[in-house]
Each structure stands twice: as structure tokens, then as C-alpha cells.
Design a protein around this ligand. Structure first.
Ligand SMILES: Nc1nc2c(ncn2[C@@H]2O[C@H](COP(=O)(O)OP(=O)(O)OP(=O)(O)O)[C@@H](O)[C@H]2O)c(=O)[nH]1
Ligand SMILES: [Mg+2]
Length: 384
């Protein structure tokens, strides 16, 4: 009987979740509270201790999920300052709380919907809740409570290159072909469900980072599909790398088949509707899958039309027609499965980024100098 009971217990246990991967976390809400200021001692003119403050410090290699898992509570409080006493006229200051967060996090005040800090460098620090002032003569020896607010941490990836395209275009195949990343690749849409960053190494020991994002769909700007959630990740990339299937794309039999050119306009429109300033970013276009039969004719037809996208705009279906068209720095027909073509993409990306860096230096030498100086140990933004 005991054996049977043990057997039943074993068979009803939940299976091991070896395949389980926690989902990508890019926002986190926390309540932060500065410590209360300690009271003063009127008899001796004693001053209490200042309440501790709550700080966020950016650290490389952290993820928001790790932060969330590491916190016992979503309410973070610094400790209160000690009261002044006969034996200790000056109360001890409350201890600060320093919470490590990933580089790339933007901190918002939830109530005021205001950006508090943009922690985009290793060791950048911001104070999110000040400790209460200590009790002294000026305030009747009564210590004050510290700041108390709800903040949201919004993680935006920082990469040199951001891949933008509809599902199934071959973005992950490209990422695998040119970087050290090992993304999942499959012949169905939405294989990639979370952003992934890879590093491309060059023989001169320089490297660039490239972010593969889940495929967009028409209406992504209005939060259809997963687009809206991930579009924010291209805001901080230096270069947008658009990728389209030269044979076009059809999301499902219920959706219209869009040819390659229409897809380019459609991606253009999605970005424009989400944030028109994204169209000012330098961009490169990859026409993928030219290894497939019939691609040569398509390419011949496409080439003259890609010279100036504004010319063919009138013929583009109204629902995907952008108001302002993108200007690509380069257009490359490739096959993400062909390693020779991958070497070419690698080279072209590097050349484009180097040129952009050169332009930046020439246009704004003072700012670059300041950025370099800041990298040497200067702390990030603080709230005043
Ligand atoms: N023939 C051919 N097939 C390709 C090429 N690049 C990608 N594919 C195939 O296209 C399919 C989709 O490739 P993925 O790399 O997963 O596409 P994706 O853009 O990352 O798709 P999502 O993650 O769904 O957005 C896979 O079956 C790939 O093998 C190519 O250059 N030529
Ligand atoms: Mg993918």
C-alpha cells in the first residue's frame, strides 16, 4: 500500500521544467523610500542623523530579471537616521540603499510620468529617493520623512546596430551568420520572441554589437503583435539594419501578400508612426534570400525603384504608405545563408559605422571630447 502511494505521488509530480526559459523582462516597477531623518535633542541642541537615500547604480552584465529575482521585496527602503541622544549628540546617518540595475535602464517617476535618469553607462548612478532631513533647531528638532515614490525601470537595449524586419525575413539567420549569437531559426513567423544581442568581432580587435528583435507586423506601432513592446529597443541603436525577404511576405492566408517594395514602405510607415525621429537614423537595407530561384528577375525590377523610394510612393497601398521615406546609406542584396555574403555585410556595417563616427567627430568635436572625459570615472545624472 505504501509502495503504491509512493508510486502515485511520484507520477503526479510536475515534470521537470528543463525547457522553461523565463521570459524577457524589460520593465520593472519598484517603490522606493528614503529613510526618516532622526530627531534632534532640544535639551543639548543635538542634531539627528540624516535619513539614508536610495540609489540605482548601472552595472554591465545585469538583466532586469536578475534584479527582480534578487530583490526580496519590491518596496526598497533606506534606513532612518538615528535620534540624537545624551551620549551621541549627533545622531548617526541612516544607511543608503544602492540597487544595481542593468546598463540601458531609464528610470521614470510613475506618478509624474517624468524621466528621472537615463543610466546608459557602467557605474552611472542616480538617487531615486532622498533621505529625510535630520531634526535640528531649524525644524523644531523633528526629523522629516524621506521621499516616497513609485518608479519604473524601463530597459532599452544599447547596440550599435538594430535589425528591423517582418517575421521570417531571415534576421536571426543573419545574426547567427555574422555574430557570436546563437539565435533560434525556423521557417515560421515569430520564431524570435525576445531581443537578443550579438557581437561581431573584427580582425583589428574592434567589435560592434547587433540586436535582433522580434519581427514587426503591420500595425506594430499601435501595439499589434509584439512590435510596440520591442520597437523601443531600436531607439538607442546607432544604425538601423532593415531586412526584407526579396520574395515578399504574407503573415497568414487572411492577410494580403506584400511584395518586397511594399514591405519596405510598410516598415518605413511603422517606424514613422511609432516615432518619426527614427527615420533620421542612418539605415542600411538588406534584400535577403537571393539564393532562391527567381530572385534575379525580382532584383532587376527592384533596383531602379529603390534608387528613390519617393517616386513609387503613389503606387503603394494607402494603408502602408509613409509620409516621409527612408534614405538608405547602402542597399545590399544578400543571402543570409551564404558565408561570403556575410563577410561582405560585416565589412559594410563596419565601414558605415566608422563613417558615421567620423562624421560625428567632425560635426561636434567638443561633445565627443566631453563624452570621452565622462567615461573616465564621472558619475551619471542625479536628481536635484
Ligand atoms: N533560402 C533562404 N532561406 C533563408 C535565408 N535566410 C533565412 N532563410 C530561412 O528563412 C526562415 C526564417 O529565418 P529566420 O532567420 O528565423 O527569420 P527571422 O526574420 O528571424 O524571423 P522571426 O524571428 O520570426 O522574426 C528560416 O527557415 C531560414 O532558414 C536565405 O538567405 N535564403
Ligand atoms: Mg528571428
Amino acid at each position: 500500500m505504501v509502495q503504491l502511494f509512493k508510486f502515485l505521488l511520484k507520477s503526479t509530480k510536475t515534470p521537470a521544467r528543463a525547457h522553461f526559459r523565463p521570459s524577457f523582462l524589460d520593465t520593472l516597477r519598484l517603490t522606493v523610500r528614503g529613510g526618516h531623518g532622526g530627531n534632534g535633542l532640544p535639551k543639548y541642541g543635538g542634531v539627528g542623523g540624516q535619513g539614508g537615500c536610495v540609489y540605482f547604480v548601472a552595472k554591465e552584465g545585469l538583466s532586469l530579471r536578475k534584479v527582480a529575482q534578487g530583490l526580496k521585496d519590491k518596496r526598497i527602503s533606506a534606513s532612518s537616521g538615528e535620534d540624537s541622544s545624551k551620549v551621541s549628540i549627533f545622531g548617526k546617518r541612516g544607511q543608503d540603499q544602492r540597487i544595481e540595475v542593468p546598463v540601458g535602464v531609464q528610470v521614470y517617476d510613475e506618478q509624474q510620468r517624468k524621466l528621472i535618469a537615463d543610466l546608459n553607462e557602467h557605474d552611472a548612478t542616480c538617487m531615486v529617493a532622498a533621505g529625510g532631513t535630520a531634526g535640528c533647531v531649524g525644524n523644531n528638532f523633528l526629523g522629516r520623512p524621506g521621499d516616497n515614490r513609485t518608479v519604473s525601470l524601463d530597459l532599452k537595449l544599447i547596440a550599435d546596430v538594430g535589425l528591423v524586419g517582418f517575421p521570417n525575413a531571415g534576421k536571426s539567420t543573419l545574426l547567427k551568420g555574422i555574430s557570436n549569437a546563437k539565435p533560434k531559426i525556423a521557417a515560421y513567423p515569430f520564431t524570435t520572441i525576445r531581443p537578443q544581442v550579438g557581437t561581431i568581432d573584427y580582425s583589428d580587435l574592434r567589435s560592434i554589437s547587433i540586436a535582433d528583435l522580434p519581427g514587426l507586423i503591420e500595425g506594430a506601432h499601435a501595439n499589434f503583435g509584439m512590435g510596440h513592446k520591442f520597437l523601443k529597443h531600436i531607439e538607442r541603436t546607432r544604425l538601423l539594419l532593415f531586412m526584407v525577404d526579396i520574395f515578399g511576405f504574407q503573415l497568414s492566408p487572411r492577410h494580403p501578400h506584400r511584395d518586397c517594395l511594399t514591405n519596405i514602405y510598410s516598415l518605413n510607415k511603422e517606424l514613422e508612426l511609432y516615432d518619426p525621429s527614427l527615420l533620421d537614423k542612418p539605415c542600411v537595407l538588406l534584400l535577403n534570400k537571393i539564393d532562391k530561384e527567381g530572385s534575379e528577375d525580382l532584383l532587376k525590377e527592384l533596383k531602379p525603384r529603390l534608387q528613390d523610394l519617393s517616386e513609387g510612393l503613389a503606387a503603394c497601398p494607402e494603408e502602408v504608405r509613409p509620409q516621409r521615406v527612408l534614405k538608405f546609406e547602402r542597399i545590399l542584396p544578400i543571402s543570409a545563408k551564404n558565408s561570403d555574403k556575410m563577410a561582405l555585410v560585416k565589412k559594410q556595417l563596419r565601414q558605415t559605422l566608422d563613417k558615421l563616427a567620423e562624421k560625428d567627430v567632425l560635426a561636434n568635436p567638443e561633445q565627443i571630447k566631453m563624452q570621452l572625459q565622462q567615461r573616465v570615472g564621472v558619475r551619471g545624472p542625479r536628481i536635484t
